[in-house]
Design a protein around this ligand. Structure first.
Ligand SMILES: *[C@@H]1O[C@H](CO)[C@@H](O)[C@H](O)[C@H]1NC(C)=O
Ligand SMILES: *[C@@H]1O[C@H](CO)[C@@H](O)[C@H](O)[C@H]1NC(C)=O
Ligand SMILES: [Mn+2]
Length: 383
């Protein structure tokens, strides 16, 4: 894997990390070297990097939420967009495709992207021609059903490719088990709205420490994101229990996986057909959309399901009418209440495993469908 490009926010985050490392090395030297070094170090820092000293203090005393909020505001002010990465994947000796760096032109309804989301917007995958390629719907921690379904499709890790349509985690019995199984199988994935929450909480923890997140009802300062998070929400336990490999795997699931040779694309929620450059899509919308409203703006609501007279339409209706390239099929999850949806160029694969219905996988090339029954959990499928 290779990161081919990165934006200014990525650079800013790297700089912050460097400053913290430098500061803690200085601190150790101070303790060994005594007062003279202390005075000169303090003077040097005070003269050279007053801003970084202020940041260092707020990080070390932790729980300084106000300072953290201010820092986030500054980051958002200087960087109007999040990390721009296009990454190509070499898997099963698939060949690489080149990608160019470019800036993002977000739609007017776009939300702020959390500075802790560490999001890759697009990965382009080119499988070897003989590989079987499966897209599997929202697993939500249902490891047993995931394994059952792999058995049904007679999945061979060295020959076949598994792509997860997002929401690997949350609600089900073994979220970490699903991440580890996916990692072990070199499964490709896209980021779901629940995966995103877990990644953001862990990103914040990595930066500011566990203690900075102990106030359960407080909103995590991330700017004006589409889905503000309380520190103490139910995703925190998964975020905390992930090891570094788990985090890297989940954070590495891009917003959009494009497979040009199969004329296929995978996202968790949906795509806006009016946006021609894939990386311009609003991440919150791609992970959360179900319907689009009268203004053609994505919404996580599904009013057409609840009220057939509502003016919202399912995003796939709008997409099918306006798709820039009708040869491309978009595979998506996230809409368990509508269930399996076999449209002409949109295919919904969330068949509600977590609600005791089925887990589904589709062979991208043949559109052959495989399903297993699920035990399920209680819950509201609005999210
Ligand atoms: C962002 O995620 C990647 C995995 O995609 C990981 O290698 C990297 O360390 C993460 N960066 C930060 C700042 O956590
Ligand atoms: C779509 O597929 C048809 C039939 O294979 C082909 O003629 C056409 O050029 C394709 N269109 C695009 C935009 O790739
Ligand atoms: Mn979802």
């Amino acid at each position: 894997m290779a990161n081919l490009s990165q934006s200014s926010l990525g650079d800013i985050q790297e700089k912050d990390v460097e400053q913290q490392v430098t500061s803690s090395h200085r601190k150790r030297n101070i303790m060994i070297g005594g007062l003279v070094l202390l005075v000169s170090a303090v003077i040097a820092i005070a003269i050279a990097v007053p801003v970084s000293l202020a940041r260092k203090n707020s990080i070390e005393t932790n729980a300084n939420i106000a300072a953290a909020t201010e820092r986030v505001k500054q980051q958002i002010a200087v960087t109007t967009v999040d990390i721009v990465q296009q990454e190509e994947i070499a898997l099963n000796s698939a060949s690489l495709v080149s990608a160019d760096q470019h800036s993002i032109h977000p739609p007017k309804y776009a939300h702020v992207v959390s500075p802790y989301s560490n999001l890759t917007r697009l990965k382009i995958y080119k499988p070897v021609p003989e590989a079987r390629v499966f897209v599997m719907g929202d697993i939500h921690g249902c490891l047993k059903e995931m394994n059952d379904l792999l058995k049904v499709i007679q999945f061979q890790p060295n020959k076949d490719v598994l792509i997860l349509a997002g929401d690997l985690v949350f609600r089900g019995p073994d979220s970490l088990g699903v991440i580890r199984r996916a990692n072990e199988l070199n499964a490709l994935c896209v980021r779901g709205n629940h995966d995103d929450k877990v990644v953001r909480l862990r990103g914040y923890q990595n930066k500011f420490g566990i203690k900075s997140m102990s106030e359960t009802e407080e909103i995590m300062p991330e700017g004006d994101v589409g889905d503000p998070l309380k520190f103490g929400n139910k995703h925190l336990e998964i975020a905390r229990n992930m090891n570094v490999d788990d985090y890297n795997y989940l954070a590495g699931c891009p917003l959009i996986l494009d497979i040009p040779t199969l004329e296929a694309r995978v996202v968790h929620g949906g795509l806006d057909p009016h946006i021609s450059t894939l990386t311009d899509n609003d991440p919150w919308s791609v992970m959360n959309m179900r319907d689009v409203d009268e203004e053609h703006e994505p919404s996580k609501l599904k009013l057409t399901k609840i009220d057939p007279d509502a003016s919202n339409v399912h995003w796939t209706t709008e997409y099918q009418e306006n798709a820039p390239n009708k040869n491309i099929t978009v595979f998506y999850g996230h809409d368990a209440s509508r269930g399996l949806q076999l449209g002409t160029n949109t295919i919904g694969v969330d068949s509600g495993c977590i609600y005791g219905r089925k887990l589904s996988a589709i062979n991208i090339k043949t559109h052959e469908l495989f399903q297993v029954d699920c035990v399920g959990e209680q819950g509201d499928d609005d999210e």
